[in-house]
Design a protein around this ligand. Structure first.
Ligand SMILES: [Cu+2]
Length: 126
């Protein structure tokens, strides 16, 4: 009888600990997939136009509904083709003949859990 009581206490403690861990490690409701690193880095000044842009997120993205544009200060788009999504990384080819100036990378992706991951990165060619 005593051992049955003891084991149910152990079971309750394990269940409570599991619930607590679940709460602690549950993904943040407001940040499902955010930018970890990018090349060019946000705010970077480059000496020549990049041939591609790579963005790495902290969690996997869906391949569908991925959009990315690279726009100069006059609103002209310089990306070529569609973004390529592989797991947590997105690669976008860019026209390397883009001149000096400020560029904005505007993107929208869906995280693997279905939540949207929109964002903006800036870089400059000087
Ligand atoms: Cu999410």
């Amino acid at each position: 009888m005593k051992s049955i009581v003891r084991w149910s206490v152990v079971a309750i403690v394990i269940a409570a600990a599991t619930a607590l861990l679940g709460a602690v490690y549950a993904p943040n409701a407001s940040a499902h997939s955010s930018v970890k690193t990018s090349n060019p880095a946000n705010g970077a000044t480059l000496t020549s136009a990049p041939a591609q842009i790579t963005i790495t997120f902290n969690s996997p993205l869906q391949r569908s509904n991925a959009t990315l544009s690279v726009v100069d200060e006059h609103g002209r788009a310089w990306q070529t083709g569609a973004p390529v999504v592989r797991g947590t990384t997105v690669t976008q080819a860019v026209n390397p003949r883009a001149g000096k100036g400020r560029y904005q990378v505007r993107f929208f992706f869906l995280a693997a859990d279905g939540h949207p991951s929109p964002g903006v990165l800036n870089y400059r060619v000087a």
